[in-house]
Design a binder for this molecule. Structure first.
Ligand code: GLT
Ligand code: MN
Ligand code: MN
Length: 389
């Protein structure tokens, strides 16, 4: 088993948020079940486990009320820990959801003073991220939503959100930060409804921004599953659009509350296709936005972190096996084959080509006879995933 020890290494680009391994097990019905883990300890332990880096919100590292001197001292110490343990900070983000000031939204608050405060907080947090070397900046608008639709016009909310992002793109350019912005969707929780609830909705919104080329998406497994969507398809669309700037890996038991479970603990087949896709066409960080069960102590937290990376590497190995499997590959070429002279693909439009296609004699009964051995193909996939092939 030595060649298959699934040992994570920095080159795999596995990252965790300080808020993920630092999660203390609180939920809406119960208090923390484990003590706070200091950021420096997190950096050290994740490095020991083979991770590439850590990501953070401003307030994961610097308390919201810290003075400038306190902030600078904390950042200095943190940078030293990163250097000592060879860890990177590829992504940073802003906490625009925890403090009561954001109770009715940040960029989409009805109160223009709150919107301005959210902008100020984000610019300061972008400064922090840039100081730590981040080039990806995530926006998760957890409070950007509503329970009472009478209170807020969603068209206005979208305009305010756009105004803030346009401003921040210019800020990034002006400061020479070279950030790529990655927008993260979630359908609900903590709001009754969150605006732009899916990655698909985000992609539509991005096209309306002043700098669409700077802005992409940060899809999260569980968030799309909460909407009943196929995460593999969601990510494929983002990749095909050139918009997968970051990804939040975790797992989820069906369309319920956001569970942020250990990656690969539930949706094995869907995440197998996801890992295969990422390995084929994404080279950014593999970020785990998940947390350990609240029944765990600190040792369990490190088991959780190791498990996320291990499951990714197992699925990566399964993808290699799938690609090298002669029977699977022959089934795939059979399924995808056509006769050499059958006039496909469609090709570009021309009047002649349209006339030619319209006048072509095509035998749909014959076309419907093509064999599609999907049962066999899917069973072979399952055999691989269950380890019997
Ligand atoms: C919060 C949320 C996540 C987001 C984080 C980034 S914060 O934990 O549940 O999905 O990615 O703001
Ligand atoms: Mn989540
Ligand atoms: Mn997330």
């Amino acid at each position: 088993m030595t060649s298959k020890n699934y040992q994570p290494k920095p080159e795999h680009k596995f990252t965790f948020g300080l808020w993920t391994v630092g999660n203390r097990g609180r939920d809406p019905f119960g208090d923390a079940t484990r003590p706070t883990l200091p950021p420096i300890k997190i950096v050290k332990e994740l490095s020991r486990l083979g991770a590439y880096g850590v990501n953070l919100h401003d307030n994961d590292l610097v308390p919201i009320d810290a003075t400038r001197q306190e902030r600078d001292a904390t950042v200095r110490e943190f940078k030293k820990a990163l250097a000592d343990h060879g860890m990177k900070v590829p992504m940073a983000t802003t906490n625009l959801f925890y403090d009561p000031v954001f109770k009715d939204g940040a960029f989409t608050s009805n109160d223009p003073r709150v919107r301005l405060y959210a902008l100020q907080k984000t610019m300061r947090s972008m400064d922090l991220g840039a100081e730590l070397g981040a080039h990806i900046y995530v926006f998760w608008g957890g409070r950007e939503g509503a329970e009472v639709d009478a209170a807020k016009d969603p068209r206005e909310a979208l305009k305010w959100n756009r105004e803030a992002l346009n401003f921040l793109c210019e800020y990034s350019i002006d400061q020479g930060y070279d950030y790529k912005f990655a927008l993260e969707a979630k359908p609900n929780e903590p709001r009754g409804d969150i605006y732009l609830p899916t990655t698909g909705a985000m992609l539509g919104f991005i096209a309306t921004l002043d700098h669409p080329e700077m802005v992409g998406v940060n899809p999260e497994v569980g968030h799309e599953q909460m909407s009943g969507l196929n995460f593999y398809h969601v990510v494929a669309q983002a990749i095909e659009a050139g918009k997968l700037f970051h990804i939040d890996l975790n797992d989820q038991k069906g369309p319920r509350f956001d569970q942020d479970l250990r990656f690969g603990s539930e949706s094995i087949k869907n995440l197998f296709f996801l890992v295969k896709l990422l390995e084929e066409s994404y080279d950014g960080p593999r970020h785990f936005d998940a947390h350990s069960y609240r029944s765990e102590d600190e040792a369990g937290v490190w088991d959780f972190a190791a498990g996320c990376m291990r499951n990714y590497l197992i699925l990566k190995d399964k993808a290699r096996q799938f690609n090298e499997d002669a029977e699977i590959q022959s089934l795939l070429s059979e399924i995808r084959s056509t006769e050499a002279d059958d006039g496909v693909p469609i090709g570009c439009y021309s009047r002649e080509r349209a006339d030619e296609i319209k006048s072509r004699s095509m035998d749909r009964t014959e076309l419907a006879k093509k064999q599609l051995p999907y049962e066999r193909l899917d069973q072979l996939t399952v055999d691989i995933l269950l380890g019997v092939r």
